[in-house]
Design a protein around this ligand. Sequence first.
Ligand SMILES: Cc1cc2nc3c(=O)[nH]c(=O)nc-3n(C[C@H](O)[C@H](O)[C@H](O)COP(=O)(O)O)c2cc1C
Length: 192
Amino acid sequence: MRIISLAGSPRIPSRSTALLKQSQQWLQQQGVEVIAYTLHDFKADDLLYANFNSPDINAFAAQLALADGLLIATPVYKASFSGALKTLLDLLPERALEHKVVLPLATGGSIGHLLAVDYALKPVLSALKAQEVLHGVFADDSQIVLNGEQATLSGSVTARLKEALAHFYLALGRRNPPPSIIHHSLLMRQPA
Ligand SMILES: Cc1cc2nc3c(=O)[nH]c(=O)nc-3n(C[C@H](O)[C@H](O)[C@H](O)COP(=O)(O)O)c2cc1C
């Protein structure tokens, strides 16, 4: 199994990226290959000026096409997900998440915008034709203590994260293969 992880915070250090990194480690321990991206892997000009010919963004889309799933993290900004992340998602092909399982992670200043992932990010993931968007994990700032690049997650966030990752792992295993693979295996089963 192979997944892409995408850190959607423009800031370093970042609580949402800390949540993502813990998740990466857990998945890697289960044998999942994780290809990690952050917004900083892309040129700001490409994102701001919607450069559909950006080699970096096209390479990212190509990696995504080969992956089974996407682990995506964002801070809540103005009751939504980060605008910088949106500039990247806007440049992906229309069916970029077809056949993929997605697990969203988010952090916010308070639980007031707990539902931002549901009402703001999930519709965009659906527009990109995600096969399955799982119930994500939200943590407020008090639950993730940053000390430079090191992060300590509260016990309740750790427990919720592990549960969500276990569901993600199972969903990756049962995801529908692309039609080309189904077609090929049906052909293989036909008598000569
Ligand atoms: C520009 C900006 C806007 C924000 N807007 C919200 C908001 O609307 N609701 C909220 O709960 N937190 C808001 N916050 C707080 C962040 O969501 C919170 O600190 C989050 O953990 C930051 O994640 P990061 O460290 O990954 O960037 C905002 C922070 C910034 C910098």
